[in-house]
Design a protein around this ligand. Sequence first.
Ligand code: SAH
Length: 366
Amino acid sequence: MITTTEKPTIAEPPQAAGHIDLLGLSRERLEEVLAPVVDRPFRARQIYQSLYERAARDFAEMTDLPQELRARLAERFRVGMPEVTSRHLAADGTCKYLFRLADGATIEAVDIPDRGRRTFCISSQAGCALACSFCVTGYWGAGRNLTAGEIVGQVLAIRADRGLPMAGLNIVLMGMGEPLLNLENVKAALDLLTEWISPHRITLSTVGILPGLEEMARWERRPNLAISLHAPDEERRGRIMPVNRTYPLVELMATLRRYPLEKGRRLTFEYVLIRDFNDDVRDADQLSRLLSGLRAKINLIPINPDPVLGERMVPPDDERIEAFKERLRQRGWIATVRRRRGDDVGAACGQLRAFGREARGFRGKA
Ligand code: SAH
């Protein structure tokens, strides 16, 4: 357990020497940087389409441009698309992607087909500084913020790999990292994605970084908001989520009560069920009181165990999960149990890790 309140420091992405990355730039910024190089104004539009609609990985693939222009572009610019280094297909059709970024950092993202729907779970940071004691990403420690291009690039790379169009996708920012600690780049990535995908099909999940939430409340096109709650009181939340010391539950709830929710929208509360820790029906009652008056639904996530998490981090048995859910429903809540997806390839919630690094480990356990 961390005993002092620490503000995690997060590294910024390295600036690639020389070549400007075009991926992740807004349409206007793209026009600006291209202006000195392209021959005609409509080229920027063509390049924008190649990047996002055709998921081009380099200029050679932009075959609608004159060859001489492609060569000139390659001298100054690059397309910072994450490189797929491996994919692991789980028995249930879920596919985990491992990407390598320009500086060698590695991240994971997951493609989750579900009947007619398709959801991509993408990362916002390479690693995570928050050290929640139930999460493998946290066990592996902090990495760095991803650029907007690296965030959008995960969507583009999986799409290209699967041969899917941008339309009709659902995106969840529930992969590695804390999106509200990388707010600027996440916002830039969402601004691009929402040109094709409705913000109602995009969900940002956060532990509740309060300054980030205040800022999101002012965005014009807000994604759905999911809050990682995981415990019904201050004391227990603090034990499994060190960030609760910086942004206590009571302040988080006050902020969420002020958060602007459009008509028809609800907040989602994620609650990881851990055996004999937060899984009693009395905890469900406490949770219900905590959320009272909010327009919300509750997503129960039986914890996915992992050897690095220790033997206490195991899910309750099915009857107990069911009883917890039923108690919430009796109290009038929309409560669902998240099915485990892709756990045979380490793609399930809380199992994403960056390989090739020394584990930082937890400085104590709940
Ligand atoms: N940092 C953000 C985004 C990551 S989302 C956040 O925490 O919300 C990852 C989701 O998976 C969160 O709800 C997280 O709490 C949950 N999770 C983490 N470890 C898990 C585990 N071992 N089993 C099940 N869910 C887990």
